[in-house]
Write a protein that binds this ligand. Structure first.
Ligand code: SF4
Length: 403
């Protein structure tokens, strides 16, 4: 592993309000302490961001850039938020590189960032695959007491042979003395839930067939651990990810049937999603339905992003200070039979949005992209006013035949 210490000019990044963000992303602010991640997951969507560091995606788990001055820069940015009364909205820490990869135990930059979040009462969300998050339990508890933190961990399979192939390096560094199996992440989230942190089980990516085998047990374990909510998204494949994923399975030789299933699901029946491909809308629909029903059965919240009718989330913690998503507008339309632009803006103003959001929202509203293909919603334009009505008979979803 090569470690390269770099200075950053900014820590907080304000994401663009693209199609995906406007519909599904409850956050806009991100901050990455590390670029590159030694966990080495073969399905990593972030590896390609190494191009921005003039490095190859193949070196994402080997060349780690450490933003050594990130706490100082973050502190200056936080002061601006306090001075100009910018609205505080949840900051996702480490969305493209795990902030609790073992190198954190040397630098403790994540700890310093959390200390600042606590000092400035800034809401934050951490996504990690490592139990090293428990090293900062004291700070997490302080933030949780003020409803200022959410933590998500990924669990996709209890098949240890499979997970060792797809997440080859998690737990193999000196700083963690045992291999970390996915089941142990539920125990980690259990500890975090027990101190009042807002916790999320990320079934992301959902591996068709492999996750199917364990999904009920995973959700029932998550419920026993008192994890707050489940989030699910099926695996997406780029040529780069498919090559890595299929190669580790082929080399292992015990998962050949998975390769054939995926060729059919993705390359014959799948669809394009930006630069990647995913499974068909029909497949996604039935996955969301299945996960939602299991979450209901075991009494745990489910954030259904693409098919809002399956949502059972329990919004809480740092995500109280999130951006609105189409689910919020859909719920309003369902409750009231329709939603007009003024209603939508009044609703959006309950969230910590900025002017940039409102400007882009108008475009999405008028073009119909906000609700495109969404269950129960129909676009109406009368005398230059565009609004949306809700009704069971306006279901414009793809066919719902069992997949
Ligand atoms: S933990 Fe996340 S960032 Fe790190 S390799 Fe895995 S998927 Fe990529």
């Amino acid at each position: 592993m090569n470690v390269c210490e770099v200075d950053c000019g900014a820590f907080i990044n304000r994401m663009n309000d693209g199609y995906f963000a406007m519909r599904y992303l409850p956050f806009r602010l991100t901050g990455n302490i590390y670029r590159g991640c030694t966990h080495g997951c073969v399905y990593c969507y972030a590896a390609c961001t190494h191009y921005y560091m003039n490095a190859s995606p193949n070196d994402f788990s080997k060349n780690i850039f450490v933003k050594i001055n990130s706490p100082e820069i973050f502190q200056k940015e936080l002061k601006k938020y306090d001075d100009v009364k910018k609205k505080k909205s949840v900051l996702i820490i480490g969305n493209i590189s795990d902030v609790y990869q073992p190198i954190e135990m040397k630098y403790r930059l994540t700890r310093k960032i959390l200390q600042l979040c606590l000092e400035y009462h800034f809401p934050c969300f951490i996504e990690t695959k490592s139990p090293l998050v428990l090293e900062d339990l004291d700070l997490i508890k302080g933030l949780a007491n003020q409803n200022l933190i959410g933590i998500g961990m990924t669990v996709t399979s209890y098949n240890n042979e499979f997970t060792k192939l797809i997440e080859p390096f998690i737990g193999k560094h000196n700083l963690i003395h045992s291999e970390i199996y996915q089941k142990e992440r539920i125990s980690t989230l259990k500890v975090l839930s027990s101190i009042g942190a807002d916790t999320y089980l990320h079934i992301t990516p959902y591996f068709p067939e492999m996750t199917d085998r364990d999904i009920e047990k995973i959700i029932s374990d998550a419920s026993d651990a008192k994890i707050g909510n489940v989030i699910m998204a099926p695996l997406e494949l780029s040529p780069y990810i498919w090559n890595r994923f299929s190669k580790v399975l082929e080399d292992n030789g015990k998962f050949n049937e998975i390769i054939s299933i995926y060729k059919n699901l993705y390359f014959n029946q799948g669809r394009r999603l930006g630069a990647r491909i995913t499974t068909s809308e029909n497949h996604h629909y039935h996955l969301e339905e299945k996960v939602s029903l299991l979450c209901k059965k075991y009494g745990i919240g489910y954030w259904a992003f693409t098919n809002p009718q399956f949502n059972t989330d329990k919004a809480s913690g740092a995500y109280r200070l999130r951006y609105p998503i189409l689910l919020d507008y859909w719920n309003y339309a369902k409750r009231n039979g329709e939603i007009r632009y003024k209603d939508a803006i009044d609703l959006a103003n309950n969230f910590p949005i900025d002017n940039k959001y409102i400007k882009t929202f108008k475009e999405y509203w008028n073009s119909g992209k906000l609700f495109e293909g969404i269950y129960g919603i129909k676009k109406v334009t009368i005398e230059n006013e565009t609004y949306y009505i809700y009704g069971e008979n306006t279901d414009n979803l793809i066919n719902k035949d069992k997949f």
